[in-house]
Design a protein around this ligand. Sequence first.
Ligand SMILES: *[C@@H]1O[C@H](CO)[C@@H](O)[C@H](O)[C@H]1NC(C)=O
Ligand SMILES: *[C@@H]1O[C@H](CO)[C@@H](O)[C@H](O)[C@H]1NC(C)=O
Ligand SMILES: *[C@@H]1O[C@H](CO)[C@@H](O)[C@H](O)[C@H]1NC(C)=O
Ligand SMILES: *[C@@H]1O[C@H](CO)[C@@H](O)[C@H](O)[C@H]1NC(C)=O
Ligand SMILES: *[C@@H]1O[C@H](CO)[C@@H](O)[C@H](O)[C@H]1NC(C)=O
Ligand SMILES: *[C@@H]1O[C@H](CO)[C@@H](O)[C@H](O)[C@H]1NC(C)=O
Ligand SMILES: *[C@@H]1O[C@H](CO)[C@@H](O)[C@H](O)[C@H]1NC(C)=O
Ligand SMILES: *[C@@H]1O[C@H](CO)[C@@H](O)[C@H](O)[C@H]1NC(C)=O
Length: 396
Amino acid sequence: MPAIQAADSPIFFFPGVMVSNLTGSNTVTDRCTQARSNVQLWPPQASDLVAGRDCWYQSIRLNYTAGRFVNGTGVSVWPTPFATPPTAANASLAIWVAELQKLFPTYKYGENLFILGYDWRLDLNSMGSSSQLSQLAAAILSRSSASSRAIFMGHSLGALLAAQLLSLPDVRARVKGFISYAAPFGGTPAAILPRTSGELAALVPPELLTGVSFPIAGFEALVRGVTWNGVKGLASLAMMLPYSTAYANGTDPVVVRTASRSYRVSQMAGLLRDVGDTLLADTFNKTHTLDKLIANGPIPGVDVYCVYGSNISTVRQLVFNVTLSDKIAPLPSAYLYGRGDSVVPFDSLRLCDRLTTGTSKVRRVPGTSGKHLGIFIEPAVLAQTRGIIAALRRRI
Ligand SMILES: *[C@@H]1O[C@H](CO)[C@@H](O)[C@H](O)[C@H]1NC(C)=O
Ligand SMILES: *[C@@H]1O[C@H](CO)[C@@H](O)[C@H](O)[C@H]1NC(C)=O
Ligand SMILES: *[C@@H]1O[C@H](CO)[C@@H](O)[C@H](O)[C@H]1NC(C)=O
Ligand SMILES: *[C@@H]1O[C@H](CO)[C@@H](O)[C@H](O)[C@H]1NC(C)=O
Ligand SMILES: *[C@@H]1O[C@H](CO)[C@@H](O)[C@H](O)[C@H]1NC(C)=O
Ligand SMILES: *[C@@H]1O[C@H](CO)[C@@H](O)[C@H](O)[C@H]1NC(C)=O
Ligand SMILES: *[C@@H]1O[C@H](CO)[C@@H](O)[C@H](O)[C@H]1NC(C)=O
Ligand SMILES: *[C@@H]1O[C@H](CO)[C@@H](O)[C@H](O)[C@H]1NC(C)=O
């Protein structure tokens, strides 16, 4: 690897939920026709969605033991590090790489510009107690130095992970700046839909699933079924549900209404129980270590910038015309809206501000260019990013 110039702070980007590829091996064969090794589990392959569904669920599903989420029994799953640049020309990460290299010609993907893959199934607590965080830390330490401290950029769940990594003193010592895009610090009602209705659209970039779509009758219902089953026990999803103290200033609003009852923020564990997700219901509090992170306030030695949309119509309450139970619910029959970035409510996004050292580091993107998915490749946001990186590179 060529020496990094002092001015070229390496850039590490942490993508959002379900963007990193996952590979796995499965030694148990009660659901799979044979043991499998080194198979691509995410993005799923067409065969996973049809005949191989039960095998796929078994491979991807987490177990819980000794206070943290782990791989299922007999299963190993690991993220693919992004060793090569993303190739799909119009995928958001490919656009991001191309734009960054254009804005700063001294950056070259794989040399001083990296996208880090991670096991997005996990909550931050479990990432910390598995080897996940330490593996990422090692990757960062080996590609940065005390004289060319790094810049972190994180989108959505990836920004939460970046913030968590910055709580490690040896990582923090190697980082001068962190740009957080659209971080859902207080959680978002959008994370409820995959669990109740098998609907992912609000959370994942559309290009991610184009590879697995094939035009057969009933495809949409099939995908919703697979999603609904696939996100059972998904710790990261529970972590991104609205949670009690950080959300809406602790006012505990109703986020879900159904034909028979309503659920406040403080009742999300009860909602998980009602939809049959006993594991996430039982562990709900364990997946919420974010309050502690925010309470710690600004990160010593790291300039934190918060970039997010603030004035786009965003769902605050889901109204179902059925009672939620352990089966796939229809999509909500109505929604109540507030302001936010189209996925995360404004007051959740604003919790990021507490990590900054001043209002000058908060960028509320006007208009619709602050939309949650792909915010980091919006031209207006790229212009902001350029200014922030230039300022950070001047910083010793
Ligand atoms: C899953 O298995 C892989 C490979 O053994 C391991 O690296 C990873 O830490 C495990 N993850 C969890 C959450 O248990
Ligand atoms: C979780 O672990 C328990 C105890 O080892 C085991 O019985 C169960 O099958 C595991 N579940 C999964 C999804 O691997
Ligand atoms: C992830 O998997 C997809 C589908 O197989 C592939 O097109 C893509 O290049 C992979 N990405 C990485 C970073 O390995
Ligand atoms: C990417 O390009 C393909 C083919 O040109 C197009 O069908 C698709 O909609 C594009 N995806 C995005 C996210 O722009
Ligand atoms: C939350 O509290 C802040 C500061 O006290 C206040 O400015 C803001 O309007 C409150 N937001 C809501 C949704 O009540
Ligand atoms: C989870 O936290 C809430 C709010 O702090 C508390 O009321 C509840 O008893 C906790 N639940 C469990 C299972 O610890
Ligand atoms: C927010 O959006 C509304 C409706 O789209 C618009 O009327 C209002 O002026 C905007 N406010 C700000 C501060 O941009
Ligand atoms: C319930 O909501 C679904 C989804 O919006 C809708 O298709 C259905 O017609 C509604 N049913 C009733 C009885 O209102």
